[in-house]
Design a protein around this ligand. Structure first.
Ligand code: DSN
Length: 418
């Protein structure tokens, strides 16, 4: 992307951005929560909408001059509802954590209980990890996997915990779990104990939108929270979707504004609208299905190589690999070795990890960004082989980097995404 004014007016800052543009173009991006957004999304983000204050919602604002911002936000809401089959959408949350916090504020009183997935089993910090301030306000009870080798969730234990703790929210969703959840079981348990069922779809929103994963709303979930910038391939931001309850949707709107946020970032909301429009296009179904096909191609290689994957493999866009058991190196060293080879991913705790978060046993990676670049099964398998060679120290990082560069150059970021 060209930045003619920035280059002239602030060369120091321009150099940093140019460096990052080059890094993204020449390396292979395997962090499963990252992607390349389209030029159209970037143009909306860079628009004059960033100049505008628009506290409130379409038709009910606290400042004048909202003729066009109302059009922008209404478009984003309409497209979000269509994409996920929701009756209501709030597109103002600034990110996924903000969306989850607003969801808690909307549905809970201080001291209420949430039943959510353990972080080390794939959950998220905002699902109740003790390092967050959320745990000073609400009570979090956790569930996890029954079988780490298959990824099966312990639904019996979840039911028992729900009956004992009587949570107000049963929260599904994850940031490092590679299997489909049994949504029917979540909804059944929530209804048995009178809880509201919420699914945090941040990681798989694009797979749901592209029909490569099931839609929790089809199973009766009450609410979904999400980011818009991962598999959904939109700008950095969040969103809250309500399946049918107007009363819940009104509580969500009040929690987002004025409860937690001030003026919405209308340039980001415009970019969300653009991304939702792209995700409604039939080509997005092909994209989402290719993400999963590419993960499966990597999974096959790791299985052949006898590498231990948490949950035994993947049904979605990400793989969690046990580097410690498979290669005798910690996650930090694995991340660093691959980084030097031009393959970017992140170290990650695994269930029942014996190591520390700063140097855990696992690495987490996935295929959304590679798929945007046009990688298919053969190249995905080639990357998995290369990763095994580097992690087993059969190939040094410098040699691997040449191979990575050749792969990256053969699959440049498409012009409409560069
Ligand atoms: N940081 C996000 C991820 O990488 O999954 C979740 O917050």
């Amino acid at each position: 992307m060209e930045f003619p004014f920035l280059e002239k007016e602030d060369p120091e800052l321009f150099a940093a951005i140019a460096g990052e543009e080059k890094r993204q173009a020449e390396g292979l991006e395997l962090i499963p929560s990252e992607n390349y957004v389209s030029r159209a999304v970037k143009e909306a983000m860079a628009s004059s909408l960033t100049n505008k204050y628009s506290e409130g919602y379409p038709g009910k604002r606290y400042y004048g001059g909202q003729e066009f911002t109302d059009q922008v936000e209404t478009l984003a809401i309409l497209r979000a509802k269509k994409l996920f089959g929701a009756a209501y959408a709030n597109v103002q949350p600034l990110g996924g954590a903000n969306a989850n916090i607003a969801m808690y504020m909307a549905l809970l009183s201080p001291g209420d209980t949430v039943l959510g997935m353990d972080l080390s089993h794939g959950g998220h910090l905002t699902h109740g990890h003790p390092v967050t301030y959320l745990t000073k306000i609400f009570n979090f009870v956790r569930y996890g996997m029954k079988n780490i080798e298959t990824g099966e969730i312990d639904y019996d234990d979840m039911r028992r915990a729900a009956k004992e703790a009587r949570p107000k929210i049963i929260l599904a969703g994850f940031s490092a779990y590679p299997r489909e959840l049994d949504y029917g079981a979540f909804v059944d348990i929530a209804r048995e104990v009178g809880a509201i069922s919420v699914m945090d779809i941040a990681h798989i929103a694009g797979l749901i939108a592209g029909k490569a994963a099931k839609n929790p709303f089809d199973f009766g979930f009450d609410l979904m929270t999400t980011t818009t910038h991962k598999t959904l391939r939109g700008p950095r931001g969040g969103m809250i979707l309500t399946r049918e309850s107007e009363e819940i949707a009104k509580r969500v709107d009040k929690a987002v504004f004025p409860g937690l946020q001030g003026g919405p970032h209308m340039h980001q909301i415009a970019a969300k609208a653009v991304a939702f429009g792209e995700a409604l296009h039939p080509s997005f179904v092909r994209y989402a299905k290719q993400i999963v096909a590419n993960t499966k191609a990597m999974e096959r290689v790791f299985k052949e190589e006898g590498v231990r994957m948490i949950a035994g493999g993947s049904d979605n866009h990400l793989i969690l690999l046990d580097a410690w058991t498979s290669f005798g190196i910690g996650g930090a060293e694995a991340e660093s070795l691959l980084d030097r080879a031009g393959i970017t991913l992140n170290k990650n705790m695994i269930a029942n990890d014996t190591r520390k978060p700063i140097d855990p046993s696992g690495i987490r990676f996935g295929t959304p960004a590679l798929t945007t670049r046009g990688f298919r099964e053969a190249e995905s398998a080639q990357i998995a082989h290369l990763m095994c060679e580097v992690l087993a120290k059969k190939k040094d990082a410098t040699t691997a980097k040449e191979e990575v560069k050749t792969l990256a150059l053969a699959h440049p970021i498409p012009e409409s995404f560069a």
